[in-house]
Structures are given as structure tokens and as C-alpha cells.
Design a protein around this ligand. Sequence first.
Ligand SMILES: [Zn+2]
Length: 892
Amino acid sequence: MTREPMPTRFDFAAVEVRWQAEWRKREVARAPTHPTGRTFSLILPPPNVTAFLTIGHMMGDTCMDVLVRWHRMQGDAVLWAPGVDHAGLSTQVAVRKALAKEGVRLETLPREEVLRLVENWKNEREARIRRQIDAGGFSVDWTKYRYTMDAGAIRATREVFVRLYNDGLIYRGERIVNWDPKLRTALSDLEVLHREEDSELLTIRYPWADGTQGGLSVATVRPETIFGDVAVAVHPDDARHAGAVGRSVRVPLTDRRVPVIADKAVDPAFGTGAVKVTPRHDALDFQIYQAHTAELELVPAILDLDGRLGSELVPVEFRGIDREKARGLVTEALVSAGAIESRRPYRHSVGRSERSDAVVEPLLSAQWFVRMTDLAAPAVAAVRDGSVRLHPARWERTFYSWMEGLQDWCISRQVVWGHAIPVYYCPACGAEQASVDVPGACAKCAHVGLRPDPDVLDTWFTSWLWPFVSLGWPEATEELARYYPTSVLVTGRDIMFFWVARMMMAGARFTGKPPFADVYFTGLLRDELGRKISKSLGNSPDPLDLIAERGADSLRFALVHPGPVDQDGPFTPGTLDGGRNFLTKLWNVVRFVHGHLAEGEEPTTVAPVLPPGAPIEHRWILHRWRLTISEVDRALRAYELSEAASALYQFLWHDLADVYLEWVRGDLGGAKGDAAALTARRVLTFVTERTVRALHPFVPHVTEELWHALPHSGELLALAPWPREEESALDPEAEVAVGVVLEAVRTLRHLRSEHQVPLAAAPDAWLRPSGAETAALLAAQQDVVRRLAKVGTLTFIGAAEPVPPEARGTVRPSGEYFLAVPKSTPSSDALQRERDLLAGLLAKTRDRLADPGFRSRAPPSVVAETEEKARELSERLMKVEEQLGRPAGPGA
Ligand SMILES: [Zn+2]
């Protein structure tokens, strides 16, 4: 049997697709129906069908897949349930925008036509989202796929509504809601974004109604709403207005009289201390009105649902005019009428719709609400008593503070796309009933022909049920029994309130359990300009393009290493280079090992057992592997995914490739005989195979490919067992000994660079060891030291022995080191070669430093090290150029 040599390059395009197909065929991701032993379950947060997945989604999905594959390799029964979210209002807004580009206004289309268009939109995005998930190599169980508006989700949503309704936790009430006049729907408080904007503060004179001289001055930024005034209010303790309370004023531009009332809610410091009360169009005014219902009359709304002035109360010339335009016209009319006392620029907080950017209109409107206070208590308790743990824990404070200030949740939306509110009204007797099934007749009077509620539910009203509804609730399914509560939720902190907190409330209410034990918040990715990468900004590259260009594994690795996944960081085109470089290194290491395998090499099912007194390098690399795999396990258990990736990166790159491979290179070639070659091959194969295995959760495709090139047992790496830390032993003695050898290498390398020994030269070296033990150790390893430090001879000298005059030295704990520094001036050719080499290295190092992705994501120590390297290279380059008689280049 002859082994095919491995390809020199990793052809990711072919490899990734091949293994994805193989995993599908072998149903690697399929959750066991009757799991025995431990389970690990989670839902894929259902992405909105508004758009396609962004690079931010890919980061979250990579984190989940790392955890999923890690648990699967540990033998846990894993269920990872994918799905998509209908995203009611957002999707309708997206379709509305697309139609507007074709000159069609969504509101003019019949309901059925809108539903058909939105359905098409959803189908297209859903298909592409599924392709994106597959292309990333994410091992979700597609047989558990759910959609937030499939038949089961519709039934579950209605069931929850009816139960909360019957328990008095859902009610319909007239409240001031956030009205989006552009989209013609109510919004929840969370969908309103507040920011400071410039406006104008007017002081308007309201004359006394009885005709006496003077009146009350009222400050407002919304003169167009004066037609809806029902009173002017002052603070009861405001001495300036003491005589005014109980009198009446006339609303300017009209004949209407309204009383002056006293209410503690008025801020005497604002404007003149007197404010107009317009209860249908302002939350505070509505509150004032409610405290004075006996004195005041609630007049009809003076703004319609499109935000235009309209009603009998509005003078004819302003009717039908948009609020923004009306503001100017009413101001002009007030100026002409001599009613304006002052106007000045004014900056204040304005609420805008997250969906349409329209200024949100406070509007008194009948809407459906969920009472939150009682629901919130078990969610808060779960975090306090540790049954739900937030990672990183710093987000707990934010969580508590939000849960304390909870308002009732407005859940009705006036759009077409969404779950219907399951409430029916009887036109005959006026009765109202909530029902899971569409009722045939009135429960009270048996009248047939009930009128359904015209509104739909906020999309989060289904999302908050997702951990149990996606597993089949309210049916008592096998999945719910076996896999609920789920193990972990991985999501962005930007939806901590919209979603995470509400899921905890719903889980406690309907299943009696928190829906997950751990919540892992990933960070937010930012673009080159520092903006959050998001669907709405459209600044995310399409992950499918990146995968086509660089491969899924490069992308996955770059997203978790080296920047911490749970902190915000930039994602730039340069970010992907780190992932690609690492995969190249991994490929080359395995290719080297593969090239040294013997025919019919046995799979390394157990760690090689080393004889007593075995060479320290083998003991050391097994010890390093033991430390590495322990750290990977620790970090993954603690949801420190970047640290786990970093431990494997360091081991592969530095311990395995830089040190061990170089150390045993000679042995592998048989330089020390067959027994030494066999030991080296066994140990090398073992640590390489285990590294490939432990990297599988991070970079599944390339590791699956490489694993098949190494001796292995089993058919698929995806189903192979996770490496156990106790396989190899800790060996502190070997660590100390190799530490001394590596110190010798580093010291000689440092002397080389300090004295600008040309890169190609191998000068002689001398060592005066600090003790007998060190002397024996380094003498035994002098071949390795010479090879790694690239020196010619290494001579051990005693305390009194002199070194040649051309030697330059330095002192370390292990001894005094000397290096022969050539006196003769190197030839101009040699200098030029040296200069080109240095210039190339310097350019590479500077490119790395210039990449903002590297600067902000790499650990500070690595950045500092790289900066130091650039400085050193630059100095050496300058000296070489001086010797060449050229002008020195720019410094570091
Ligand atoms: Zn009835």
C-alpha cells in the first residue's frame, strides 16, 4: 500500500463542500430521539426573514457550532434546533420599501396581495438563509427546523394569548401609545429611538376667556396641537399663577374656552410654568387629564392616523395638512394674530420609529397590553439565584436595572403581516371572547357572525416562546421531555430586553422552568468606520461571498481568534488573513507529519508510553499538550471561546511547529537510529492527531480532511471522541529542562540580531554554564541548540577560560553566552541580500501593524511584541543601509 502525498495547498472550496455532504449523509447533526446520558440543547436564534445573514450572525453561529461540536464529541446527545422568524413589522417595512422603489404604495394594495408579496419575500430569504447556514458548516438539525408562523407556532401563540387573557395578564386599554404615522401602527417603547434634535420653543399667549386684559403665557414646541387642548395647567405651589387656577382661557385661533387647573405633574421650571394640556396627543397630558376627569372634557383627536390635522375642532384652513407643515402654518397664523410672545431655538429629545425613522406621535389609542410586573419576578429571581447565568457576568447589572423599570408591553400592531389577535367581538350583544379556535358563535347569545379583532401581534409575542414552542409546546413532545430546558442561549446583548428577558418570563410562566441555564452574549462587530455591522445599515459583506473567497473555516477562525468574541471589535477585510494564515500553518504541519509516516502506521488510540529516562523533548510536548487540552476544556466550560482557540493556536504554532518539529526533524530521518525515529513518529503523530481533533469544533472542514490523512480510528472526525486530558501526563521536570534549552536558543538568537549577524551566517558560539546540571543538560542538547539558534560550533568553557576577542556576550540564569561576531566587512553582495531580506520582513511586520483588525483584536502583548519586532528590524535595516552607503530609510 502506498500513500498518496498530500496536496501542498488546502483547496477549501472542494474540501468544504465534500465534507458538508458527507456529514449530511451520515446525519451527524441529527438529535437522538431517545438520548441516554447527558444532553446538550440550544435553539438557533431564528434570524429575521427581513434580510440575509450578516457577518454578525456568522459570529454567533460559529460560537454555537463550537459548543455543539465540542459537546457532540464528548458523547452528549445534542439538539440544535434551527428556525426563522417572520419578523412581522420589520418584514412588512422591508417589502414596503422594495415596493416604493417601483412606485407602489403598499397601503393601496388589497390585503391578500400584501400577504402574497410578503410570503414570496419570506420564501426567498428563507432559502438563502438556509444556504448560508449550510455553507458555514454549522451542524444544525434540519429535521427540527421551525418557522415562527408555521401551524404549530400559530397554535402555540394563540394558546399563550388566551391563557394570559383568561388570567387577566392581557388586557385591552386606552393608553397613549407610540404611533408611527408612516407605517400606521403602534410600536412598543423599545422600538422608539430617542435622540436630541433642534426645534423651536414658542411662548403663546392664551387670553382670559372673560375678556379681561392679559392672559396666561404657555410654552410649547407643538403649536399645531393647540386645537386639542382641554386645559392649561400650572403647578399648585407656583406663586406666579396662584390667581389663575379656576379661571378660563381662550385657545388662540379658536373660540374654545378651557379651564386653568393645578397639577403637581407640571414642571414649574419649564418655560413660563404654564403648560397646555392635550390629552390625546401627549403621555403626560393624558396622565394630568386622568387626574381631572371631573373638571375636564376629553375632546376628539385632532391628528389622524397619518399624522395630519383633522377634526371639527381644527380651523378649516389647517385640516388635512401634515403635522410638520402645519406647525409652520399655525405658527405664522399665531404671529399674525399677535399671540406669540417669544420664540427661541430649543434642543430636546425626540422619539423616532426604529423601523421608519418617522417622529413617533403619542396617540391615545385602544391597544392590547401584557402586564409585565408579575411575569418579571421569576426571571429576576432566576438570575439572582444562579439558575440562569449570564456570560460575561458584567451584563447582570444592565439586566436588573431594566427589569425594575418594566412598563406594560403593547403587543398589538396595525399591520397585515403577523399572528392575528385571537379575540372575537359579538355585534349582537357586544360580548368579547378570546379563543384558540375560531369560535362559530357568540358564547353569550349564540349569535353567528363574530367580528375578529383587526390587529396582529408584535412579532416578539411569538419569539419569547421560542425555546419551548420550537420543541413542540403545547404538545407534550419527546423533544420537550428530553431536551427542555435548553442548555444555553447564544445571542447579542442588543436584544437582551426584547428577547432574552421575555423568554425567561414566558419560560417560567408556561413551563415552570427557565428556558436555558446559560446565556452567552457575543460582542458586536463594527465596520471600518466604527459602525455596528447590521442588516439595517447594509454594511455587512455577504458571508457567502467571503466563504467563496476564503473558505468557511478561515472565516470561522477569524471570528473567534484572536479578539475576544464577547467584546465589540472591528471586522475588516484584513481580519480574515489571520484565519487563513493559521489554516496554512495547520495544513503544513500535518503535511509534514504525513510525509514522515511509516507504511501502515497504527492509529494512536492511546498516548505513547515513554520509557523512563526518555528524551525530554517527547516528555515536554506531551506535557504541553496536557496543559493545552486542559485549558481548552476550562475555557469552553467558562464560555471563553477565544481563549480556547488561542490555547490551540499557541500550541500548534509555537510548541509543536516552532520547537518540537524542529527538534525531532533529525530523529524522524533516522539520524539516531530506528528506535529514536519510531518514538519521535509516535509522539508526533499522537499530538498532531489530538490537535486536529481539538480544533475540529472551530474549523470543522479542514480538520476533517486532515484527520483522514493521519492514522485514525473511526469514520468521521465529527463523530470521533473528544481528546481526554488524562491521556498524557504532566511533566514539570521536562518543562523546566526544555525551558533552559529554549532560553539558550533565544539568547543566541538575540545576540545574532543585536550584532547584526547576517541571516545566512552560522557563527561559532561559547557557553559558560552556571552550574553542573545546566552544563550536562545543554551539553546533551547542544545539537538542538545549534540548529535552532543557527550557530556553527557550540563550545562549553570553564569559569577561567577566556573567549576569543571577536566574541560578544551576555548573561542569563543558565550561564554566559558568547557569539563570534565577524570583524571583516561583509561583501556588498551579502549586504544587499541582507538588506532585501530585512526590508521584506519589515514590510510584512508593518502591514500587520497597519491592519486595524490586528491592532484591536490581538492581545496587547502580541501587539507590543510585533511593534518591538518592527523597531528592531528597522534599526538593523538602517545599519545595513549605512554600511551599503545608502541613505537611511525612515525609522520605526
Ligand atoms: Zn353575543
